[in-house]
Design a protein around this ligand. Structure first.
Ligand code: FEO
Length: 165
């Protein structure tokens, strides 16, 4: 039976992953409305993957004899000033998610819950990939600056890029 404190921490993480999915959905919709179809595709996929991150936690909590809580979600920010804004916001968001995952890992060690600790290692690795990808995208955007041809290619390439699952 899962420790109640761990269960609460995992349910808080369920909410964070659900909010990430919602947030990236709003970003994808913004990009689609701006004609940035490649960016929109990338963000729609990213949103789907965050839902899977949430689902993985929900199922783990239930399998361990806990009770997963499906959270209520508020409307995310849906107005952005441009691609730089989108990916800076995304990176900030992921950095916060990483901090929260690290707290869960820390709690697992304190509570000697090595099963959940092991399960959380997938999220630790995932966060490294996601942060690196967001930084890489921001570097590319910085290189492109205001060059319209560069932005066109950036958007096209991003549409073909698979975010880490
Ligand atoms: Fe599920 Fe982007 O962290």
């Amino acid at each position: 039976m899962i420790d109640k404190t761990i269960e609460a921490a995992l349910n808080a993480q369920v909410e964070k992953e659900a909010r990430s999915s919602h947030f990236y959905l709003a970003m994808a919709s913004w990009a689609e409305n701006k004609g940035l179809n490649g960016t929109a595709e990338f963000l729609y996929r990213h949103s789907d993957e965050e839902r899977l991150h949430m689902l993985k936690l929900v199922r783990f909590v239930n399998e361990r004899g806990g009770k997963a809580v499906v959270p209520a979600l508020e409307s995310p920010i849906s107005n952005f000033s441009g691609l730089q804004d989108i990916f800076t916001t995304l990176l900030e968001h992921e950095t916060n998610v990483t901090a929260s995952i690290n707290e869960v890992v820390d709690l697992c060690l304190k509570r000697k819950d090595y099963t959940t600790h092991n399960f959380m290692q997938w999220y630790v690795a995932e966060q490294i990939e996601e942060e690196a990808l967001a930084r890489n995208i921001l570097d590319k955007l910085a290189l492109i600056g205001t060059d319209k041809g560069g932005l066109y290619l950036f958007d096209r390439d991003l549409g073909q890029l698979q975010p880490e699952a």
